[in-house]
Design a protein around this ligand. Structure first.
Ligand SMILES: [Zn+2]
Ligand SMILES: [Zn+2]
Length: 322
């Protein structure tokens, strides 16, 4: 099978690997499109975490089963299903969770082995490109877990990469007043096209004005901006993992009764909800770009050095059609 293999750091190579075989309860999933995620970029930039090279990265995929017509999306996480966290339905937070492209070979290949139970059928009529947004949109739905957004509430979004743009889509679809920011003008324009108001920088958000602030960047400067622009009693949710530790104004948080919350990944329910929302509410896809899997090294390079206008690149293996 054709695969994009990560060799550590910014070294990637296209290789022909032995065909994969499915174990008990598993299937060989034929990849049609695999999205490059911010976390794949972390590995490329030298913060691979638990990833050990050589490894096929990627955890986002739309694909099909051999001999079948319909498309599926694959839920890429698996909890241990034995601990208390998993029993509460939070397998994304399981200390022993496994993720495609991290603990096991990922989706930047012509085939990937997944549990049969991980597959969710893509509704008829939905394009593979839209279906490819299921996983990152599930991340956004995870961000709003336990929150019932009401029409007219103000939601601010810091960072208009994939997660930020999908947060704009989600909050706009809930009828919220969404204000987004990103240093890149072209990305602000996409947020504008998706129904947000935009400002040049997070410091331009009105102070104490938002019910919710989504920090999809996650560095000290954006944590601080978010805590400044959220209303008393409001909620700041950090989903960007830009910085592992740093200083936040806890005193102001306490005095204003602000909730500061971290969010990682999603439940199976969030994943299904994401696919259902994409089926129900049309989404702007001008920020997606397809590239052949064999051009994966160039795609990573373009995203890392911002030489592409695409916000998200979807890789397609050789000889595959939708
Ligand atoms: Zn992802
Ligand atoms: Zn568990």
């Amino acid at each position: 099978m054709e695969a994009l293999v990560w060799l550590g750091g910014d070294r990637l190579a296209i290789d022909e690997l032995a065909d994969v075989e499915a174990g008990e309860g598993e299937v060989v999933f034929e990849v049609v499109l695999a999205g490059i995620c911010g976390s794949d970029m972390h590995a490329y930039r030298g913060a691979g975490g638990k990833r050990v090279p050589p490894l096929v990265l990627g955890h986002e995929a739309v694909g099909r089963l051999a001999g079948e017509d319909g498309l599926y999306v694959a839920f890429p996480l698996a909890g241990c299903h034995a601990c208390a966290i998993c029993a509460e339905g939070h397998e994304n937070l399981c200390p022993d969770r496994k993720l495609l492209g991290l603990d096991r070979p990922g989706t930047f290949a012509s085939t990937v082995v997944v549990p049969r139970s991980a597959l969710l059928a893509v509704p008829a009529g939905m394009t593979a490109d839209v279906a490819a947004l299921t996983e990152p949109l599930a991340t956004v739905i995870g961000v709003f877990e336990g929150i019932a957004l009401r029409p007219g509430q103000t939601v601010q979004v810091i960072g208009c990469g994939s997660i930020g743009l999908l947060a704009v889509y989600f909050a706009v679809s809930a009828g919220c007043h969404v204000i987004a920011t990103d240093p890149v003008a072209a990305r602000r324009q996409i947020a504008l096209d998706m129904g947000a108001t935009v400002v040049d920088a997070a410091d331009d958000f009105a102070a104490r004005s938002a019910h919710y602030v989504i920090d999809a960047v996650g560095i000290e400067a954006t944590w601080s901006a978010a805590l400044r622009s959220v209303r008393p009693g409001g909620v700041v949710i950090v989903v960007g993992l830009g910085q592992m530790s740093g200083t936040v104004a806890i005193g102001e948080m306490i005095r204003s009764g602000i909730t500061l919350k971290g969010s990682y990944a999603y439940s199976r329910e969030d994943f299904a909800d994401a696919l259902a929302l994409l089926a129900r509410v049309p989404i702007n896809t001008t920020w997606l770009e397809r590239m052949p899997l064999r051009d994966g090294p160039a795609a990573f390079d373009a995203l890392a050095h911002e030489t592409t206008s695409a916000v998200k690149i979807l890789l397609q293996p050789e000889g595959v059609t939708d």
